[in-house]
Design a protein. Sequence first.
Length: 74
Amino acid sequence: MNLIDERNWKNDADLAEVYINWGSYAYTQRDFGVPAPAPFKRRLAQGGGGGAESGTTASTTSSIATTISSFHGA
């Protein structure tokens, strides 16, 4: 979290990448805390609604950055 606390980021995409890296762990009956950034990005691109898969990494990152910016009042 030093990136955020120390304001060591250049743009919203940097913050989005941190969000993905810190929030993309999968927990199942067999696995505990396994990194899963690709499924997490897909889920975010769907808006969490379970619709058809859509979006690219760039658009997903942009969506995440927009969400983070609105959350922080930027």
